[in-house]
Design a protein around this ligand. Structure first.
Ligand code: CUA
Length: 454
């Protein structure tokens, strides 16, 4: 039993490859499928074979000594002849490990140098930004952003520049490359050349908080033509196909989803705290690789985020963590219908949609209406505005009693308030405050309202 229990325990751990669709060797480090993964694998194999050789020699010598020099009956009290020092032996067992270390060091160095020099020719760059607990993929050259599922063309070297907005994460797709830390305020780089089309499975590989284990992602390797078509769809808004979906588009604003989520072509959805939701129907999974992407699962995700992904920073922040945004099942269904609408050019009939209405000139709109439409309520507590209970940004209660705004960067004057509202990022480069486009009339109305917050 003393042997069997640990043996059975370790064998059962071998089966720990997570959810069924992530198992089956999909994250095997010993099944490399790119140039870079193979270089790592070669070093790994070499070291493993050398280690096996050392183990056999050492174990054989040990067994020989145990058997050959064991105490025989009648010798229990006897002490064998004592020797001290053997220059020859000591030289040999210093030189052998030194030679072995050279055999390991040379290929290791060459692999490290190779990893540090991404190919310049025909390379393709994607930025992978870690967030608690999901991945943002930025395609700067093509001008769009997506989340949790990275799509890349086959046969071209891909350079992954990785960083983080909060804590340290690590980008790891075992069959495509080694792992690399995603560190806030710093860019780390790895690269590889995908050789076959298909889906590869990745995982955050640095403990980063409650849902670290739920921070998965996929890499879809496709042909260049498929990639170009996908990239075009990444810049098109969802086009609602039903009344439910059209209502969902308005709920996306009024339920303040737009404060955290961006959607290409939806002028008020410009949030940067949560995943970009453009072209959601094409993603295979939701919640950073946790559940399948179907309309039913999307509704469940919206309604029961915390039970699916403990600690997820989605919904309304409260003292007891995040709670789902208050909405009915029917509303969640409409929201899902909008998010899963096929991308395309917005038809002329959609001009009466929520987004278009929100873009209309302020003409007589109250500050409260603008604040609700522009989703300020998603991030700020604002006295006198129902639903403005957000805790992501500063509370605006008593704003006018403060000397400074924007965390001390600007004096609190009417003119500065106007500047800050019009373009926060021009004043504070990495601020999480984003404002949808505001007309000059809307800025006037908002400033007038804010100046009254004594
Ligand atoms: Cu992110 Cu672990």
């Amino acid at each position: 039993m003393r042997w069997l229990v640990p043996l059975a325990a370790s064998l059962s751990l071998v089966a720990c490859s997570g959810a069924a669709d992530w198992g089956d060797g999909k994250q095997s480090t010993i099944r490399p499928e790119t140039d870079s993964a193979r270089v790592v694998q070669d070093v790994y194999s070499l070291v493993t074979w050398i280690d096996i050789g050392i183990f056999i020699v050492v174990a054989a010598l040990l067994l020989f000594a145990i058997i050959r020099y064991r105490a025989r009956p009648g010798q229990e009290e006897q002490i064998p002849a004592q020797v001290h020092g053997n220059a020859m032996l000591e030289v040999v067992w210093t030189i052998i490990p030194a030679v072995l270390l050279i055999f390991i060091a040379v290929p290791t160095w060459s692999a490290i140098f190779r990893a540090h020099e991404p190919p310049a020719e025909n390379a393709f760059t994607v930025q992978a930004v870690g967030h608690q607990w999901w991945w943002e993929f930025r395609y700067e050259e093509q001008g769009f952003v997506t989340a949790n599922e990275m799509v890349i063309p086959v046969g071209r070297p891909v350079i992954v520049d990785t960083g983080s907005v909060d804590v340290i994460h690590a980008f790891w797709v075992p069959r495509l490359s080694g792992k690399i830390d995603s560190v806030p305020g710093r860019t780390n780089t790895l690269w590889f050349t995908p050789e076959q089309t298909g889906t590869y499975y990745g995982q955050c590989a640095e403990f980063c908080g409650t849902s670290h284990a739920n921070m998965r992602f996929q890499v879809h390797v496709v042909t260049q033509e498929e990639f170009d078509a996908w990239a075009a769809r990444q810049q098109q808004p969802p086009v609602p196909q039903s009344d439910d979906a059209r209502e969902g588009q308005q709920l996306f604003v009024t339920k303040t989803c737009v404060a955290c989520h961006a959607i290409s072509g939806n002028p008020v959805a410009v949030g940067v705290l949560g995943p970009n939701l453009t072209n959601l129907p094409e993603r295979k999974t939701l919640g950073s690789g946790i559940i399948e992407n179907t309309p039913e699962e999307l509704v469940r995700w919206i309604r029961e985020t915390q039970s699916i992904k403990p600690g997820a920073l989605m919904g309304v922040a409260t003292a007891d963590g995040y709670q789902p945004i208050d909405m009915t099942d029917a509303e969640a269904r409409k929201l899902a219908a909008y998010l899963l609408s096929p991308p395309g050019e917005a038809p002329a009939a959609a001009t009466d949609s929520g987004a278009a209405a929100a873009m209309a000139p302020a003409g007589g709109k109250s500050a409260e209406q603008i604040i609700a439409e522009k989703a300020c309520i998603g991030c700020h507590v604002i006295p006198g505005v129902p639903g403005a209970v957000g805790t992501v940004g500063p509370s605006l209660a008593g704003l006018m009693s403060r000397d400074k705004i924007a965390a001390g960067l600007l004096d609190n004057t009417e003119e500065n308030l106007r500047k800050w509202l019009a373009d926060p990022r021009a004043i504070k480069a990495n601020t999480l405050m984003v404002t949808p486009p505001l007309s000059p009339e809307e800025v006037d109305t908002l400033v007038e309202f804010l100046m009254d917050l004594k």
